[in-house]
Design a protein around this ligand. Structure first.
Ligand code: 5FU
Length: 276
């Protein structure tokens, strides 16, 4: 079963080159932690990458929230990524027609395709969103994660209430998951994994499950809608391979110590999972 297979064995089954590198890196670095670097200045972004870099497999950015963005920031980020051996993911959640996303990916001041190993993409527009992104990086070693389920309260991708009265909702949810997974299977060269909240969506051991909404201290962030789960829940019950932690680290009194703690706890649950 995919959940009990070690990352290193799954690396051999991944078709996307970034997924291969990622699974190997997770195994060698013993980290299934992705930090969500939701900070708004270049200096904060670099200092977070420097301080948490040794403990993460992926450093996830929202580059469009950086107020003093410059191409130099990207050079600095790439240098830190190389120094501490982690991959860069831009959580852009592309969600437009293929032609538009190809431009959003490779043009504009952020020029995402030139530096982000991985990007996120919604499956809602259909397969064209993937072919559009792929067309922008014919020779680059890049990959994407398809967002199938979100962590936010009231999201439209939940299957939690499977009763007769909500059968139609459940059936349409099943269609979204199935159609999204079909897109994954059609583009194994570019799709590295999926973003979701439930186990059993990922059946292919070569795909990586990334799951946000992880905190040791909070259950939610109030009216903003984020919903949190423990490392145990996210890795064992929800099937995450990589857990995304944002404010649990960025807003901790000591972010280095928090990154060390999340990494140790998340890795321990992964080890328990593969030995079960
Ligand atoms: F696809 C998703 C999702 O379903 N939920 C999320 O929270 C992505 N995210 C991202 O994970 C979100 O954009 C933040 O960057 C991060 C979670 O941050 P937090 O501070 O741990 O709540």
């Amino acid at each position: 079963h995919v959940l009990t297979l070690p990352f290193i064995a799954r690396a051999d089954q991944a078709a996307n080159p970034v997924a291969v590198k990622l699974l190997q890196l997770m195994a060698s670095k013993q980290s299934n932690l992705c930090v969500a670097a939701d900070v708004t200045s270049a200096s904060q972004l670099i200092s977070l990458a420097e301080s948490t870099g040794p403990y993460v497999c992926v450093f996830k950015t929202h580059i469009d929230i950086v107020e003093d963005f410059s191409p130099q920031l990207i050079q600095d980020l790439l240098a830190v990524a190389q120094k501490h051996n982690f991959l860069l993911m831009e959580d852009r959640k592309f969600s437009d027609i293929g032609h538009t996303v190809s431009l959003q990916y490779s043009k504009g001041i952020h020029n995402i395709s030139s530096w982000a190993d991985l990007v996120t993409v919604h499956s809602v527009p259909g397969e064209g969103v993937i072919t559009g992104l792929k067309s922008a990086v014919p020779n680059l070693q890049r990959g994407c994660f398809i967002v199938i389920e979100m962590s936010s309260a009231g999201n439209l991708t939940t299957s939690s209430y499977i009763t007769l009265s909500t059968l139609s909702k459940w059936l349409s949810y099943e269609c979204v998951v199935t159609a999204s997974m079909e897109i994954c299977e059609k583009h194994p060269d570019f799709v590295a994994g999926v973003v979701c909240q439930s186990p059993n969506i990922v059946q292919n051991p070569g795909l990586v499950q990334l799951t946000p909404g992880v905190s040791l201290d909070c259950l939610n962030d109030g009216p903003l809608g984020q919903q949190y789960h423990s490392p145990e829940d996210i890795i064992m019950s929800r099937g995450a391979d990589i857990a995304v932690v944002g404010r649990g680290i960025t807003q901790a009194t000591d972010p280095i110590q928090a990154a060390q703690e999340y990494r140790a706890k998340l890795w321990a649950v992964y080890e328990k999972r593969v030995s079960s």
